[in-house]
Design a protein around this ligand. Structure first.
Ligand SMILES: Cc1ncc(COP(=O)(O)O)c(C=O)c1O
Length: 413
């Protein structure tokens, strides 16, 4: 008799998977009321009070003075690069493991993304690779705080500061995370966040730049608001900002209202995620060959966009991750695809290596390539309840206990 549900055994989790975590994105009456109020006010755009309130609260939470609310977390990166003076032909160092937006933001302004490998533990940019990828053309470095870890800001800043290269933190995955007592996004010159629907704070679409530099804040504001500075209302006379080709990258007051409501609960949410992730890390320690992505060395609390598991080959008999996920799904706990592949393999990343439109440091991101084949990841909201992570641990224990069965199944595929 087979034990694994995939092979005809009893399913471990009887409940419907979607009942194991709260609905996402979160919805409540209080937010609906707040939205109605703004709707009736008619103050929907152009630096509305709701936007200003959110910008200040969100930036302040992370230890920054200024926040510039925008259409999404790609425009934020693009504007941050432009505001820092990055131009066509300059090089921008980005990690191999990220959503394509990090690299494409550089491409949009004609700069060359230089893709460096990641660390096998944190899955974030490897500072030593950054060091060796720097050339006289390097004009910015964009570490990504990926999934459930924070890039090593101490080491990256040490390398960048010594060469006067500005750092933009891509915090699209790390709302509310702190590094060594200070909010993410406030370590680099600019912090960039996304509020796209799947994120830990979500308003459908949206993004924000945070910074402590008033000049950068003003430039980024102009870039997103077709050249208007914060003090000038749309329609008033203004002088075109010198040398800045500006955009309409504005977001709306409705998004700001939703996010202000979510911000009230962010600290709680992140702490709960961090506690449950720590619990899971301990609970699966006795299963050889599976580990969680390491949190950032000085992260406290660590933010979580997702909960990534890394399968280390031999003890799991080198069974493909898709088969491991099939087995988890059959037990009632589908996990998910895991990390993005190396950014240069992403479907829309149709830049041309031969034409020097991007560069892969050392020709290949070996760690990232390898991790892509060995990671599975759950959405962050799976970390909301202790009982849910207990179930995930039980599923992994069950599969490991019957790994021989799964090995035979995988071999027959
Ligand atoms: C690491 C990272 N950076 C940037 C972005 C871009 O954000 P947006 O989708 O809001 O443009 C994302 C979106 O998933 C992301 O994961």
């Amino acid at each position: 008799m087979a034990n694994l549900a995939l092979l005809g055994g009893d399913k471990l989790i009887k409940e419907d998977f979607s009942s194991l975590f709260p609905q996402w994105p979160p919805r409540d009456e209080e937010t609906a009321e707040a939205l109605k109020k703004v709707y009736m006010d008619g103050n929907w755009s152009f630096n509305s009070p709701a936007e200003q309130e959110f910008e200040q609260a969100f930036a302040g939470y992370h230890g920054a003075k200024y926040g510039i609310f925008m259409a999404n977390g790609t425009t934020t990166l693009e504007c941050a690069l432009t505001a820092l003076g990055v131009k066509a032909g300059d090089e921008v160092i980005v990690p191999a493991l990220t959503w394509m937006a990090t690299a494409l933001a550089a491409s949009y302004i004609g700069a060359i993304p230089v893709i460096v490998d990641i660390e096998p533990g944190t899955l974030c940019m490897d500072p030593e690779k950054v060091r060796s990828a720097i050339t006289p053309k390097t004009r910015a470095i964009i570490p990504v705080h990926a999934y459930g870890s924070t890039a090593d800001m101490e080491k990256i800043l040490e390398i960048a500061d010594a060469r006067h290269i500005p750092v933009i933190e891509d915090c699209a995955h790390m709302h509310g995370g702190f590094w060594n007592g200070r909010g993410v996004g406030s370590w680099g010159k600019v912090g960039s966040f996304s509020f796209q629907q799947s994120k830990t704070m979500a308003s459908g679409e949206g993004g924000i730049c945070i910074t402590n530099d008033p000049e950068l804040a003003e430039k980024i504001y102009m870039l997103k608001h077709i050249g208007y500075s914060r003090g000038i209302r749309q329609g008033q006379a203004r002088k075109a900002p010198e040398g800045l080709l500006c955009h309409n990258y504005r977001a709306t007051a409705f998004q700001a209202v939703i996010l202000s409501q979510q911000l009230k609960n962010l600290k709680n949410l992140i702490s709960t995620y961090a506690e449950n992730a720590a619990y899971l890390r301990e609970a699966i320690k006795d299963i050889p060959g599976v580990r969680m992505q390491s949190p950032g060395r000085l992260s406290e609390p660590q933010g979580y966009y997702s909960c990534h598991l890394i399968f280390d080959g031999e003890p799991f008999k080198n069974i493909p991750k898709t088969v491991i996920n099939e087995a988890c799904s059959a037990e009632g706990f589908p996990i998910g695809n895991g990390t993005h592949g190396p950014v240069y393999r992403a479907g829309l990343f149709n830049l041309d290596l031969a034409r020097n439109e991007y560069r892969i440091h050392e020709g290949r991101s070996a760690v990232c390539e390898d991790m892509f084949t060995r990671t599975l990841g759950c959405n962050h909201y799976v970390l909301t309840r202790r009982s849910t992570v207990e179930k995930l641990s039980a599923v992994l224990h069950k599969i490991y206990a019957d790994i021989g069965e799964l090995e035979q199944y995988a071999a027959a595929q």
